[in-house]
Design a protein around this ligand. Structure first.
Ligand SMILES: [Zn+2]
Length: 254
């Protein structure tokens, strides 16, 4: 299994600046799973020589534009230029039904996939080679979620965009790899995202084999993120890497 980061940027300023790209990441294994395809996902896939026709699943953890914008284009790739009904789309009420400000994937694109999964925290979705357990996320008024993916003998936890919540360590207990959206190096008055302090608390208790921090906001990028990752590693004793655009991580590493 391999994970490739198309984009590692987060937050509204980075979204427009594109200091870091915003295309999400892809888990390549028995199934190829594209997670949170924001602006540039398709372009960065092509730049890295990756073929959107080989995507098997697309997962949108909430409908903020930096997680959903390229989903339609990538569904056209997954469904062989839109000619077939192919692949699995996983989203919440907001991205599938427009429950939040109508920011959903278009009705046309919803007809191009073979299966749609409406993810609810606490529920599971089994597929032939593995399963998803959808996890709670608290993020604005969005019905956001994260997940634990069990596939190819590994357990990968992804928080999605969320603030820290009571019980979060139990949710991600037993994960080999944690991918955390850590937008901020220090807390501020805006909630809805993990800070580095929250990440340390989670990592210290879960003790995964490896942590990748991504969805980095401008303050985190300037800190810089590599320094913050080293601080988290020092505090928790867990190998922590600040992801960079185009980074590839092999499952041998976790
Ligand atoms: Zn968001």
């Amino acid at each position: 299994m391999e994970i490739i980061f198309l984009g590692t940027g987060g937050g509204r300023i980075n979204l427009i600046n594109q200091t870091r790209a915003t295309g999400g990441f892809i888990i390549f294994g028995s199934k190829n799973i594209h997670v949170d395809p924001g602006p540039g996902a398709l372009v960065h896939m092509r730049k890295l020589g990756l073929d959107p026709l080989k995507t098997n699943m697309i997962i949108v953890t909430h409908s903020h534009i930096d997680h959903i914008s390229d989903a339609g284009a990538l569904i056209e790739g997954m469904s062989r230029y839109g000619l077939d009904r192919k692949g699995i789309l996983i989203g919440g009420d907001d991205s599938l039904e427009g429950a939040t400000d109508g920011q959903s994937i278009s009705k046309y694109h919803l007809t191009r996939v073979e299966k749609i999964v409406n993810a609810k925290p606490g529920e599971e979705f089994d597929f032939e080679e593995g399963k998803f357990i959808f996890t709670k996320a608290i993020h604005d008024s969005f019905p956001a979620f994260g997940f634990i993916l069990e596939m190819d003998g590994k357990k990968i936890g992804y928080t999605g965009d969320t603030e820290y919540y009571e019980g979060m360590t139990d949710v991600f207990d037993g994960c080999d790899l944690l991918i955390l959206n850590v937008m901020k190096p220090i807390p501020d008055r805006y909630h809805g995202h993990l800070t580095a302090e929250d990440a340390s608390k989670l990592i210290g208790r879960v003790q995964p084999k490896l942590v990748l921090i991504t969805h980095l906001g401008m303050k985190m990028i300037r800190y810089p993120a590599e320094k913050k990752a080293a601080e988290i590693e020092e505090e928790t004793g867990v190998k922590t890497i600040a992801a960079i655009d185009g980074m590839r991580i092999s499952s041998d590493q976790f």
